[in-house]
Write a protein that binds this ligand. Structure first.
Ligand code: IPT
Length: 980
């Protein structure tokens, strides 16, 4: 075993890379299910398995069963770390091994896979195909060495015919955890090993098709198209083309150059909105290959990305092949479910970050309609750490491998395998050279090589140091990650190397935890700028590994460090739009509405509806519907339907009968449906007259003892602590509503996006702030002799620094209700606060909730596009958004009132100013301290936080800092809540 540390020997005994296909017998009825092919034999299943901690521990005769009988077994495909051997390791940028290319550690674990294979000579060859093996494999049949291959996410295909004997055969496969390819596979992912994709045997005819390339060319007037296929084979072939409706439209033989071309009249063009497929059948040597063909072209004209000469925007996501139970194995049903979910979220594009996905993924994309940025299996991010000492500082070393001659061949090999395998996929519209590997000669050369393999698709790569000028153009895009909205807004002026290229946000809106809070801001700029072709949210799913249930039935997902890894990156792998089980984060729902196909706005007389789709005529006839509801103060005043008929990228206006706008809070909701499914909505505020709450003034009485002031009215008794100036109890009709005294609150359980801001907060002990009370006084017979007023002057501080805030609190008791007013001065040095408000620790029995605000998902000043302003009724447990690493959640922005209740009691907070609140069974301390949701403990009370303001969430876990306009950075402010 000498190839895995040899950068010049990447594959031994493998067939040359070619387009992915599975032939059928010519006399068979073809289908899209490869399993139907009589020439296809899936070898998935339980294989014999032995695990060795080091390649040096492999027994001398490991291919000989009689000398070395197998001791265990394993499912193929799977990752052995999920099957009880070795442990998963999660690292993002840093290499899991010493940076010492081409060498890998001597403690290089090996999985020895063995199985029997029955063979009966039938004149056909046998090709053994591995669709994915991490990191490399040595293959033996009947004890004889067949070959070696690497590149985890690409196909390794071996012609094993000469090694087979009649009857029972023995296949043995030694899979190594590390090889020189490991230096090229430093993607931000769980590091796991094994045969993780399908393995099958193809029976192939001698002289059968080796490779073929389909191209489609559309005439300028789109009246005709030419579909051509160039077949590589030793003999002639014939081909048939069927229209989408099944009609045969052309047939014939390939010419001397192996080409068959056909004119297609009035072609139905493929695009992600309408993925029409033609079918091509290639007959050769007794085999038939069935291929779906999408007639489409991608072009870049004046810095604008076009499909079939129509400008498009990528409403994209980045997706890893990763599942909590099957690891890197992505069965078709699971991929299909991912894509169905994406469709339902208005996603139209996927970047296969950061390696080619299973071949069937692309076939699903062809059929379901997605634009794919197909990425090579290359990332060398860890180079950035090599020259840094104790902490990651900059990218100074990132291009170490990009410019290392020893890796030139391997980088080109990975590009070749990507392009050749997927070249026939209509869904693939862009090749991506890899991720985060810096730029150097290896990439420069290989970019040209990619173009020589395929001239029909543009080439993308983000990790450039410098772009070439217009003359020698290796890359077709300026591509950036996590740059702020101003860069997007001012592109191309904001980019000195644009040279007429379109801008792609190959990663943006880092979806980790509670977020992203900047989706709409990006899309305002993307829609406004024709040179921006769209973006791909980082990323699709949380990569938690499922490890069973706790004793009380909670599902346990592990992230980095949970398997005891020494080098790991904690919960940075939990940064998806969906939870590991594909339940939607609120961020996914936010994205759905930001990516909505219709956008409405108010115009002078009525409303304008814009069709954001490039190819779809939105009309009732095509199954679309727009329903509206007008509400005053959350109550419906009228509703109806709007008849819509909007051509692609066009707009229509419509009028609806509206009520008098003199008072109240009036909104109109437009909800859009396609074939009965809601695809998004707009809510437009038509009128919002300033509220003024007039408290009843039934009167109340004041008493006091040494510890408290006590104010009573008919049904309500409120105590104010003389020690803190805070409300220590609210009793209504004899029911005590508080479990402990209320507190002023400036802290929130840090979200993942508070990654930098939280350091400032912890530095000043924002979470621990204590009250210093300077004065407290009570006054009776205020306002027509009936109300009681209590005033407190206090500060909030902890240690080391001056107090963080100085507050004048005023309570006014009216009888059955009271107001809490605060005038607040925040220390000049505090950059911004997560929030400012009051925390009530309420009796558990009050577990119902009603509010008028943005719901019913959690909502923040910068993340409320999945929410409508409305009236919602729910319960405390449904308010909790169960992020796997617990954090601030469940706030509601733009609230007018909130009531919590049990069957016998109720507490209501309202204000003339919109406020935010959370109602949670967990304290912010519990949310801060728990590392996993399954470790969270409910407190003895529920917690109602009412906030003057709650800062936005942003996407700073990898993206830019929270924008100033979403921060609570005011230094002087005042607010009043009424409580009853
Ligand atoms: C960027 C990576 O491309 C992606 O794989 C992931 O790691 C993401 O960050 C963070 O979740 S690279 C980053 C250093 C900009």
């Amino acid at each position: 075993m000498k190839y895995h540390e040899d950068t010049q020997t990447l594959h031994v005994g493998t067939l040359s890379p070619h387009a992915y296909f599975v032939p059928f017998r010519a006399e068979q009825r073809v289908s899209d299910e490869r399993a139907d092919s009589e020439l296809f034999e899936l070898l998935n299943g339980e294989w014999d398995f032995d695990y060795y901690e080091s390649v040096f521990d492999l027994p001398e005769n490991f291919t000989d069963r009689s000398e070395d009988p197998p001791k265990g077994s394993i499912a193929v495909p799977s990752n052995w770390q999920l099957k009880g051997y070795d442990k998963p390791q999660y690292t993002n940028v840093r290499y899991p091994i010493p940076f010492d290319p081409p060498y890998v550690p001597d403690e290089n674990p090996v999985g020895l896979y063995r199985r029997k294979y029955a063979y009966h000579a039938d004149g056909l060859k046998r090709h053994l195909v591995f669709e994915g093996v991490d990191s490399c494999l040595y293959l033996y049949v009947n004890g004889n060495f067949v070959g070696y291959s690497q590149v985890s996410h690409c196909i390794s295909e071996f012609d094993v015919t000469a090694f087979l004997k009649e009857g029972e055969n023995e296949i043995a496969c030694a899979v190594l955890k590390y090889c020189d390819g490991t230096y090229l596979e430093d993607q931000d992912k769980w590091r796991m090993s094994g045969i993780f994709r399908d393995v099958y045997m193809l029976s192939r005819a001698e002289g059968g098709v080796e490779d073929y390339t389909v191209t489609t060319k559309i005439s300028a007037d789109e009246k005709t198209a030419v579909v051509s296929v160039k077949v590589k084979t030793e003999q002639g072939c014939s081909a048939v083309i069927y229209a989408p409706n099944g009609d045969k439209i052309a047939e014939g033989d390939t010419d001397g150059a192996g080409i068959f071309s056909a004119d297609v009249k009035d072609p139905q063009l493929w695009n992600a909105e309408n993925p029409v497929l033609y079918r091509l059948e290639i007959f050769c040597a007794g085999e038939v290959i069935s291929e779906n063909v999408g007639i489409r072209e991608i072009s870049i004209e004046d810095g604008v990305v076009k499909i079939n000469h129509t400008p498009i925007k990528f409403r994209g996501v980045n997706r890893h092949d990763s599942y909590p139970d099957t690891g890197f194995y992505a069965p078709v049903e699971k991929m299909k479910k991912d894509l169905e979910l994406m469709k339902s979220l208005n996603v139209n594009a996927v970047r296969t970050s950061h390696y080619p996905n299973a071949p069937e993924f692309y076939q699903l994309c062809d059929k379901m309609g997605f634009y794919v940025v197909d990425e090579a299996d290359i990332e060398t991010h860890g180079c950035a750490d090599v020259y840094n000492t104790f902490e990651w500082k900059d990218y100074n070393g990132i291009a170490l491998i990009a410019g290392d001659k020893r890796f030139e061949k391997a980088i080109a090999d990975r590009h070749e395998r990507l392009v050749k395998r997927d070249i026939n996929r209509p869904s693939v519209v862009i090749w991506s050279l890899g991720n985060e590997s810096g730029y150097g000669d290896n990439f420069r050369k290989s970019a040209k090589f990619v173009r020589s393999l395929d001239s029909t698709r543009p080439v993308h790569y983000e990790s450039r140091q410098k772009l070439d000028d217009g003359n020698d153009r290796d890359l077709d895009f300026v591509s950036v990650m996590y740059w702020d909205t101003d860069y997007v807004k001012f592109y191309p002026e904001s980019e000195k190397e644009a040279y007429g290229r379109p801008l792609m946000l190959c990663e943006y809106c880092h979806a980790m935890g509670n977020g992203p809070g900047d989706l709409e801001d990006y899309w305002q700029e993307i829609y406004a700028n024709a040179n921006v072709c769209g973006g791909f949210v980082w990323e699709w799913c949380d990569h938690g590994i499922y490890t069973g249930k706790t004793d009380d039935g909670r599902e346990k997902y592990f992230y980095g460090g949970d398997f005891g890894e020494v080098v790991h990156d904690g919960n940075f792998c939990m940064d998806g739009l969906v939870y590991p089980d594909r339940t939607l984060h609120t961020g996914a729902m936010e994205m759905k509405n930001v990516y909505r196909p219709i956008r409405a706005s108010k115009n002078d007389g009525g409303f304008t509806f814009e069709n954001k789709l490039a190819f779809t005529h939105i009309s009732s006839e095509n199954g679309w519907e727009c329903r509206y509801v007008v509400r005053r103060d959350t109550k419906i005043i009228c509703e109806g339907k709007i008849s819509i008929d909007i051509k692609p990228m066009c707009a229509q206006t419509a009028d609806i009968a509206l009520p008098e706008m003199a008072d109240g809070h009036i909104t109109v909701d437009f909800d859009y449906y396609k074939n009965g499914e809601n695809v998004g909505f707009d809510q437009i505020e038509l009128c919002n007259v300033k509220r003024e709450h007039i408290p009843n003034k039934n009167g109340c009485t004041l008493t006091e003892n040494s510890r408290e002031y006590i104010v009573s009215s008919d049904n309500m008794t409120v105590s104010v602590s003389k020690r803190s100036g805070m409300i220590s109890q609210i009793e209504k009709n004899g029911v005590k509503l508080l479990e402990k005294p209320a507190r002023l609150n400036m802290f929130r359980a840090p979200t993942d996006n508070d990654i930098t801001a939280k350091n400032d907060w912890f530095k000043v002990y924002l979470d621990k702030a204590k009250i210093k009370l300077y004065s407290l006084s009570a006054e009776e017979n205020c306002r027509e002799n009936k109300t009681v007023k209590i005033t407190a002057e206090l500060s909030l501080g902890y240690a080391v620094y001056e107090p963080m805030a100085r507050v004048k609190l005023t309570y006014e008791f009216f009888g059955g209700e009271f107001s809490l007013s605060a005038e607040v001065d925040i220390h000049e040095k505090l950059k911004f606060l997560p929030r400012f408000g009051v925390r009530f620790f309420t009796a558990k029995q009050l577990d119902g909730i009603e509010y008028a605000g943005y719901g019913e998902n959690e909502s923040y000043i910068d993340k409320h596009r999945s929410c409508k302003f409305g009236r919602y009724v729910s319960d405390v447990h449904s308010q909790h958004e169960d992020y796997i690493r617990p954090q601030e959640n469940g706030s509601h922005f733009g609230t007018e009132y909130v009531k919590i209740f049990s069957s016998s009691a109720q507490l209501e907070v309202l204000s003339d100013m919109d406020f935010s609140f959370n109602f949670s069974p967990y304290t912010q301390e519990a949310l801060t301290n728990a590392k996993h949701n399954w470790e969270l403990e409910e407190g003895e009370s529920n917690v109602l936080c009412v906030d003057y303001k709650m800062s936005g969430v942003g996407s700073n876990s990898c993206g830019p800092e929270l924008k100033e306009k979403y921060r609570l950075s005011e230094k002087h402010f005042a607010f009043t809540f009424f409580i009853r």
